[in-house]
Design a protein around this ligand. Sequence first.
Ligand code: LLP
Length: 419
Amino acid sequence: MDHFAITNGVMHAEDVPLPQIAEAVGTPVYVYSRATLERHARVFREALEAVPDKLIAFAVKSNPNLAVLKVLGRQGMGADVVSVGEMRRALAAGIAPDMIVFSGVGKTTAEMIAALDAGIGQFNIESEEEGIELAAIAAAKGKVAQCTLRINPDVDAGTHDKISTGKADNKFGVPISEAGQIFGKLAGLPGVNLRGVAVHIGSQLADLAPLEAAFEKLGALVKALRGAGHVITHVDLGGGLGVPYRIGEVLPAPAEYGAMVARVTHGWGVKLIFEPGRVIAGNAGVLLTRVVRVKRGINDPFVIVDAAMNDLARPALYGAYHHFEAVAPSGARMTANIVGPICETGDTFAMGRECDKLEAGDLAVFRTAGAYGATMASSYNSRGFVAEVLVDGDKFAVVADRIEAGAIMDAERVPEWLI
Ligand code: LLP
């Protein structure tokens, strides 16, 4: 459930009519709802009530906006980060270092040092090589890095190939077949306290079965590791729960996920870490856009909006569906191709989509844009970076300025020898 709805013929974010935001901030603009973020955080937490010892670490990559992190931090969430940039954001938002976990296959030396200095709670080590380097860095500093070893369970998550992470040929984690041996090697090193294992098999999962299969494999591994004399106190189950993008689409609810987790992990006797991103932020945001013009087409008309693939990359990158609707629907419908202004055909949000009838100047939204939306924006076609707004009841604030194309150009230099 979200807080974007039509009231008196106009879509509101909570109590704020979207045209008011478009007027004040311009378009395109991402609009987030605080009440929705808080609701999703609460629902996820309640779904895991049966898990006694846990940390829910929001996947910062899904929406790294400082204000969003502040809202979620206040809900008791930690942070799952994959770069020093994300770590700094989480810290700046007031999330305690010990509630931050650092994932990612390519942590640089500088990042490991920064994370150790910040005192983050956990490193999810993704390879033997990384573990050896981290151990050396930590030992040289006289520190002990708290770690889990990320396992690649070779489970097909059944999601889009580009966001699937748990198959044997994906770059993530260590092969489960070698996990025992690598764990043994790393656990013996000074500088690390290898206290558990981690898994994340992919994103936008529409089915709990692959997750369950991965967790079962992890449970067996925990047993085997304990059998080999290791002390296992932490297991990180990653994120991945999908959200409905289409009206009426039904996905596993957080409560079903929570029940499955409680059942599978019963008796493990560990602290469980969760890294949800999309399920928290996805439906808490929309991308508000204005129709530039409607162009006649051979088949369907092209509704050309002022948002483009640089603002919302998911349709171009993954062929993703984002529900599109008018802010002030007249009731009339049309079938249209919905496109942005960027000069490539990939800048297409939908072809032959049945939607509200729209004309030049009308406002519309792409829904479910709160996760992997603004965070994946670029300045392609020198369009600048999209602005972000957070709504709270009847008030709203710009939480990320629009970075105009001119400001990006200002950061560029023509060398003297070219002038
Ligand atoms: N933990 C790890 C280690 C991850 O790699 C990810 C996402 C998450 C947690 C959060 O997963 P979530 O709960 O949000 O599914 N840009 C793509 C999604 C990429 C996800 C990458 N990893 C998209 O727009 O669909």
